[in-house]
Design a protein around this ligand. Structure first.
Ligand code: ZN
Ligand code: ZN
Length: 733
């Protein structure tokens, strides 16, 4: 008998001792009793003795042998995550697993659908005809069953041949444990020749060479390239050499909507089974198989959103983080990790290169490049011959005549009309969905607020609803002011719906398509919309940031951006950096083919230095100034910071709790603790929220401080009705 320490998803930073009949490797999934329930846990280590008396140690209920145990380097990643982000190890480990592997039962019992193929009696002796059919039957006769996806990958017509074999009764579907396939197929992952990519430009070529030359050791590269400069092609070449070395590749992207097109590109260059996609919108079964395919080495290229940073890949030889500046690489609840920063940790542990790609590198990453820790690789030009960067200019909105037709300036209206005549596409960018952001009464000053958040309700006129964009709370549009009875309620400000109406009025003949998360909610709708844009059946696109990222629209030659000024004046020190990245990204949609592009930024601050840098294409100049400002003001990356947040029904309780927590903080001269204050969105979904900001000039000092402080906070009981967490390197204040 042995004693093992098991990680469980419970909000206590402890491991739990259980007895096991046989020795269990760290990383093994087990089912254990916990209180009166059973839970799934992961064995982290075996110990010689326990602090619990031997007679009271409970035995493990079941060892889940349907997946290989998690590798030591994966456990090391989880331990680092738990330590750095101050969360219980069990919470980190269990939440990194796909949902199906978190349930206390074997995969086959979780209602798995058939994923394997086996020969029937007829099939066992059927004649071999046709190349693909022969190799499928031969593979099955050598050993069966086989995973359907493996057999499908045996030839271009694999899927249809299998359908035919099923139809003829030569093979049958079975459910199999995918992990049982570990040692079976060693798939041919060498890219299917011919390698039909475009010829690399000189800049792409030298970027590829620089990363290739740095293999075999940890090296971080910042791939700094304007939109359209061909970063993806660099990724593909590097992935190819990595796979050819027998190593695996991890590719992280910020948005789910970016995965389908990248997936297509990677599959077309490599093979279908070599590439697995991981993101939260995939079905549970697919998530489990992608995980297992990575774990047993069948898929050696993982493409996914932030959660894929935990993909259990073997022999990682390259990590790529695309759009590394994007805030959605940071998890905003539970374990609040930065996938980019964990990716750097993984690359360091795996002693392999990492490529951080962006047209607007984050200031954190850029300052590492300035300090010589990361290497800056530039792709200064658009890769496609003849494709030019768009001309950007500001439109001064200070004059009374500048504002017409619901926020569009005469300059913008004329430019839109011109594109219509030339049969080119335009994009109007407004990062606010709904009809109007506020509904108010001009008689008494009443405004419609969310009952659960410190936020106004947004008017959605098409559905005649008011909706909270923070918590989803909704209600009908009142017929009269609930405060004074005035029947003439006014929607203030504008969102994409209102702008759509205005554009329709201005250009009755134009085909207008609004793309925001309201119109793309139905599955597959977004892809359909993108296709209709490509097909040329849209004249004016209107949308939020959902449109800004990654998509190529060859006929698009004009971008108009509205309502950018709020970000210039925001209190959040990261707002200018984000605004620059967003505008650069939107601007990058214009002129991707041979047609020249034009970008019009409507603003009341046309001479703002941010716009001047954007117009001259000088991101690094802007970044240098921002870094100097942050250094002067004592903001990251010049210093390190974390917040302790508390949430409660009443803001006073949250503040009181934080005050008590500060009393428990260890003393350190290099640590500054600020006073508890309400968060900028002080109420969210019924919870009042406050925080305490903690800063230090040294990351290591902050880490040591947080470890000690959180141990004391976990040991002290929180008062009822207050919940708290620590957020390290926070993005939200
Ligand atoms: Zn009123
Ligand atoms: Zn709300």
């Amino acid at each position: 008998m042995s004693i093992v320490r098991v990680a469980l998803d419970v909000p206590i930073p402890e491991l739990f001792d259980y007895s096991a009949e046989q020795a269990l490797a760290p990383g093994t999934r087990v089912v254990v009793p916990f209180g009166s329930r059973t839970r799934v846990g992961v064995v982290v280590e075996t110990v010689a003795e326990s602090s619990i008396p031997l007679g009271r140690i409970r035995p493990i209920t079941q060892v889940l042998t349907d997946t290989p145990s998690l590798a030591p380097d994966w456990i090391a990643l989880a331990r680092f995550t738990a330590r750095y982000y101050q969360r219980p190890l069990g919470e980190v480990i269990l939440n990194a697993l796909p949902p199906r592997l978190r349930r206390p039962k074997l995969l086959a019992e979780s209602g798995a659908s058939p994923n394997g193929i086996a020969l029937t009696e007829t099939g066992a002796s059927a004649p071999m005809r046709g190349t693909v059919r022969t190799s499928i039957l031969a593979t099955l006769r050598a050993r069966q069953p086989q995973l359907r996806q493996h057999l499908e990958a045996l030839g271009a017509t694999g899927a249809s041949v299998i359908r035919a074999l099923l139809h003829d009764g030569l093979v049958a579907e079975v459910v199999m444990d995918e992990s049982a396939q570990c040692e079976l197929s060693t798939p041919a992952i060498i890219p299917s020749p011919p390698w039909d990519g475009p010829t690399l430009t000189d800049a792409q070529q030298s970027a590829v060479q620089a990363v290739d030359a740095s293999r075999g050791a940890f090296n971080a590269h910042v791939l700094f390239g304007v939109t359209g400069s061909g970063k993806t092609e660099v990724y593909l070449h590097l992935a190819r050499t990595t796979l050819a070395r027998g190593e695996s590749v991890l590719v992280l992207v910020p948005e789910i909507s970016l995965t389908p097109q990248l997936e297509q590109i990677f599959i077309s260059r490599f093979s279908k089974q070599a590439v697995a996609v991981m993101h939260s919108a995939r079905a549970e079964g697919e998530r489990a198989s992608a995980w297992i395919a990575a774990q047993n080495g069948v898929s050696r290229l993982i493409l996914g959103t932030r959660l894929a940073v935990f993909a259990p890949l073997q022999k990682i030889g390259l990590i790529i983080v695309d759009e590394e500046h994007d805030p959605s690489l940071k998890q905003q609840d539970g374990v609040r990790y930065s996938a980019r920063d964990l990716a750097v940790f993984r690359a360091r542990e795996a002693a392999c290169p990492i490529v951080l790609g962006s047209a607007t590198p984050s200031l954190e990453t850029y300052s590492n490049a300035c300090a010589g820790r990361y290497r800056l690789l530039r792709l200064p030009e658009r890769a496609r011959a003849g494709a030019l960067l768009p001309t950007i200019r500001t439109v001064d909105m200070r004059t009374p005549s500048a504002m017409q037709a619901d926020g569009l300036s005469p300059v913008a209206i004329a430019a839109l009309g011109e594109r219509l005549r030339r049969q080119e596409q335009s994009l109007v960018f407004l990062n606010r969905r709904g009809y109007a952001p506020v509904l108010g009464c001009s008689a008494c000053g009443w405004v419609a607020d969310c009952e659960r958040c410190a936020a106004h309700l947004v008017v959605h006129l098409a559905e005649r609803r008011l909706r909270c964009h923070h918590c989803g709370y909704g209600g009908g549009v009142p017929r009269a002011c609930p405060s004074c009875g005035n029947v003439d309620l006014t929607p203030f400000g504008r969102g994409t719906q209102r702008l759509e109406v205005a554009l329709q009025k201005l250009f009755p003949e134009a085909r207008i398509l609004r793309i925001d998360s309201d119109t793309t909610r139905a599955r597959g709708r977004f892809t359909e919309m993108i296709e209709s844009i490509h097909a040329g059946s849209v004249d004016i696109l209107l949308g939020t940031q959902i449109l800004a990222k990654g998509h190529d629209f060859p006929k698009l030659t004009l971008v108009v951006t509205l309502n950018t000024d709020a970000a210039l004046m925001a209190a959040d020190y990261r707002a200018p950096e984000r605004l620059f990245a967003q505008l650069q990204q939107v601007a990058g949609r214009a002129g991707r083919a041979s047609l020249p592009g034009e970008v019009l930024i409507q603003t009341r601050y046309p001479d703002h230095p941010l716009f001047r840098s954007l117009i001259s294409g000088d991101y690094l100049g802007f970044a240098d100034r921002q870094l100097a400002e942050r250094e002067g003001a004592g903001f990251p990356p010049a210093i390190s910071e974390a917040v302790l947040r508390a949430e409660s029904l009443e803001i006073a309780d949250a503040i009181t709790h934080l005050g008590q927590a500060v009393q428990l903080a260890p003393q350190d001269d290099l640590i500054t603790i600020y006073d508890p204050v309400p968060m900028s969105l002080a109420r969210l979904a019924g919870w009042s929220r406050a925080h305490v900001l903690v800063q230090s000039p040294e990351r290591r000092t902050l880490q040591a401080f947080l470890a000690e402080w959180s141990a004391r906070l976990y040991a002290a009981r929180s008062p009822r009705g207050v919940r708290w967490h620590i957020d390290v390197d926070p993005l939200e204040f």
